[in-house]
Design a protein around this ligand. Structure first.
Ligand code: 13P
Length: 275
């Protein structure tokens, strides 16, 4: 298959009642496992490079890695920049070859968030790249608290920016280790009544699987970002591998041994909101 944009994969997802996984990538082995999972499930996947990943690995390396995986996959693969905080960072990602960028202006005043996100949308669309924006603020477990999305602000934001996907805050929180999110379904319905843009829920790890499925089938939410849940699998599998092979010290052999567990975990996540 080929590299796809967010718009390419979210338009049919919203129309046909399923969601696409936005999986947080930290390196080569997990990215490869996630594409293997999407191939096995025969569904698109969004590979996401967030701030932690970018602090560790340069953007051009990540872009080349994502594009290579897309070229060799049998399903559409989106190369997505997650949580960029400046227009310049989005420009650099587009130059490097990402097919989708998220500009996170969620901590800016509404007018400024609209202005900056619209700037990113104009330049990204000129290069055929999709844009995700955020309105309201999705907080962090043990860190900054959320501000729920105001439906009228969501309408103004969607209309004023031309974004392809909109991240909203309805009780979802980043970095939850347990599936304990209390989503406000009434707020989601009020947002959906005012906009047609595909919706994104960050903090997917904290959302119970049954709720992900229900939202995928019966709402405009068509992208779930999932990171912590998979990082937990990575950590547990690596610990088990080290304990079972006391003498092993080779990085490639250790990481290759845990790739099947990561792939299985990603497949289980994908299945919760696929058709
Ligand atoms: P979790 O790590 O909570 O699943 O969130 C991932 C995310 O939203 C990345 O943008």
């Amino acid at each position: 298959m080929t590299l796809a944009t967010l718009k390419d994969v979210l338009t049919p997802a919203k129309r046909d009642g399923y969601a696409v996984a936005g999986l947080v990538v930290l390196g080569w082995e997990d990215a490869r496992a996630y594409v293997a999972a999407a191939n096995a499930e025969d569904v698109p996947v969004i590979l996401q490079a967030g701030p932690g990943c970018r602090a560790h690995t340069p953007l051009p390396v990540l872009a080349a890695m994502f594009r290579h995986l897309a070229e060799t996959a049998t399903v559409p693969v989106v190369a997505h920049l997650d949580h960029a905080r400046s227009v310049e960072e989005c420009e650099e990602a587009i130059r490097c070859g990402f097919s989708s960028v998220m500009f996170d202006g969620s901590q800016l005043a509404l007018d400024k968030n609209i202005e900056e996100t619209a700037k990113v949308t104009r330049l990204a669309h000129r290069s055929g790249v999709s844009v995700e924006g955020e309105i309201g603020f999705v907080g962090y477990d043990g860190g900054a608290s959320s501000h729920g999305t105001d439906p009228e602000e969501a309408r103004l934001f969607a209309d004023g920016t031309g974004i392809d996907a909109m991240a909203i805050s309805i009780g979802n929180v980043h970095l939850r280790r347990a599936r304990s999110a209390k989503l406000d379904f009434g707020l989601l319905r009020r947002i959906e009544n005012l906009t047609d843009v595909p919706l994104v829920l960050h903090g997917g790890s904290g959302i119970p699987h049954a709720q992900r499925r229900m939202l995928a089938l019966d709402s405009k939410v068509c992208k779930f970002n999932v990171g912590t849940e998979l990082r937990q699998v990575f950590g547990a599998s690596l610990r088990a591998e080290l304990a079972n092979n006391i003498g092993e010290f080779d990085r490639i052999r250790l990481l290759a041994a845990i790739e099947p567990s990561l792939c299985e975990a990603a497949r289980a996540i994908i299945r919760t909101f696929s058709r």
